[in-house]
Write a protein that binds this ligand. Structure first.
Ligand code: PLP
Length: 449
């Protein structure tokens, strides 16, 4: 037994050892309360997780019921009721032939499964030389080694570089910074997509396994949508060269953008799509890798076994919670709500910050919105990273009672700052002004007068 003074010290290994966090003790609707009773408006749903807000009685009752009936049954021995029901429900709403659903415990696991499945598909299909993965700079696909390797955020990758798989990164579709003044949006999108074809040709088309991208780039770019036509051209290129298209909708999926699947807005159907976050809405840890029938068939008619797996695949309590979440999103028309509220929130952000000297761009889709912070709107020059604008904004907003998701490294991973907003779909119209008011307060306290 440790001495009493050590027993009272925290034994938790936190994300950041330099700060003391308040203790969250309860949550209800759009608010999380700490032990002093202070309320925080959950303006980012953590990190685009809590789409139904907190304390939803239907989800809680689904969890209770399932935990009492069957808390766990290993998927090597059994299937279970809610895995089946949830897979059926999702398959009914996925675009195209995305019909086979592999349940995991979060976003990174979904990405790992997608990467391995893309590789195994080619092996089973008699093309074992296909091994190269192409991804985009300034993307984020998770923190496990495969997912981190796929991601293109320099700061997150740097120290782990020697452990990462070799991935080839092309530029993102980031109109605010990368479109030439004389180019139309469409032409810019075609030029950005052309980078994929050029990279495939450089590597040798017969060696390329997959391309992975977020339809709306979340954490690392701040809700950046692609311009019209970009993803359609990406789809064409993948089809031409037999490259598997993986879309990472871990953050932007499940209604967040005003579409159940974010790729619907881009009018493309990937071969594999990954979802998580909003799938469990924070009530249970769950993610899913969803693949097209032709990929599943290749495994089924080949070895019959996907060489992958984790202990908690298709966890009964997680799938029961998620079934209740997805049912609610669909049956209560939450996707429409998200769209409607997204327009109001975007308008309010434009009204409040459209002329703000340090907000260069306001962007996003549905309730997935981003503000890019610049030191000069005309030149779009970012603030000096030494000033730690994103970190200070996070703290100032928190102090003001707003949880938002500021992040540094918008420009290439080292420079730039943005704020991501992803409030719950159950938010009331009247709460929009609470977000803009608290955000304004935070901006005022951090940025130069
Ligand atoms: N992919 C995207 C686009 C994400 O935003 C995230 C997490 O933020 C992940 C993957 C990883 O998900 P998780 O943190 O659940 O492992």
């Amino acid at each position: 037994m440790k001495p009493p003074e050590e027993q009272t010290m925290s034994s938790v290994f936190p994300r950041d050892t330099r700060i003391n966090l308040p203790k969250a003790i309860r949550a209800e609707g759009c608010y999380i309360y700490d032990e002093t009773g202070k309320a925080y408006f959950d303006g980012s749903g953590g990190a685009a997780v809590s789409c139904l807000g907190h304390g939803d009685p239907d989800i809680i009752s689904a969890i209770e019921k399932q935990a009492k009936t069957l808390a766990f049954a290993h998927t090597g021995f059994f299937t279970s009721e809610h895995s089946e029901k949830l897979a059926r429900l999702l398959a009914d709403y996925t675009p195209g032939e995305l019909n086979r659903i592999y349940f995991v415990s979060g976003g990174s696991e979904a990405i790992e499964a997608a990467l391995k499945l893309a590789r195994q598909y080619h092996v089973e299909n008699g093309q074992p030389e296909r091994r190269h993965l192409i991804s985009r700079k300034q993307s984020y696909h998770g923190n496990t080694l495969g997912a981190l390797g796929a991601g293109g955020n320099e700061m997150r990758r740097a120290q782990f570089q020697p452990l990462l798989i070799d991935v080839h990164h092309i530029a993102p579709c980031y109109e605010y910074i990368l479109r030439d003044e004389i180019e139309t949006s469409h032409d810019y999108g075609q030029r950005a997509a052309q980078e994929l074809e050029d990279e495939i040709l450089r590597l040798g088309p017969e060696t390329v396994m997959a391309f992975i991208a977020e339809p709306v780039v979340g954490a690392t770019l701040g809700a950046v949508t692609a311009v019209g036509g970009y993803f359609q051209r990406i789809r064409d290129i993948c089809d031409t060269y037999g490259v598997i298209l993986i879309l990472d909708e871990v953050m932007c999926g499940m209604g967040r953008t005003g579409y159940l699947f974010a790729c619907e807005a881009d009018q493309v159907v990937p071969d594999i799509v990954c979802i998580a976050k909003g799938l469990g809405a924070g009530y249970q840890p769950i993610g899913a890798m969803i693949c097209s029938e032709f990929i599943y068939d290749a495994i089924k008619t080949g070895s019959g076994i996907f060489q992958h797996g984790h202990t908690y695949l298709g966890h009964p309590v997680a799938t029961a919670a998620s079934y209740a979440v997805v049912n609610k999103i669909i049956n209560q028309n939450m996707v429409h709500c998200c769209n409607r509220l997204g327009v109001f929130l975007s308008d309010a952000l434009h009204d409040s910050f459209g002329q703000h000297p340090y907000i260069g761009d306001i962007r996003g889709r549905g309730l997935f919105l981003g503000l890019e912070i610049v030191s000069d709107r005309a030149t779009k020059k970012p603030f000096d990273p030494e000033l730690q604008v994103a970190r200070k904004l996070k703290m100032a907003a928190f102090e003001a009672g707003l949880i938002c998701y500021p992040m540094a490294g918008t420009r290439g991973g080292l420079l730039g700052d943005h704020i991501l907003l992803a409030p719950p779909f159950i938010m009331q119209d009247s709460q929009i002004s609470e977000i803009t008011y608290k955000l304004e307060k935070a901006l005022k306290s951090v940025l130069p007068a």
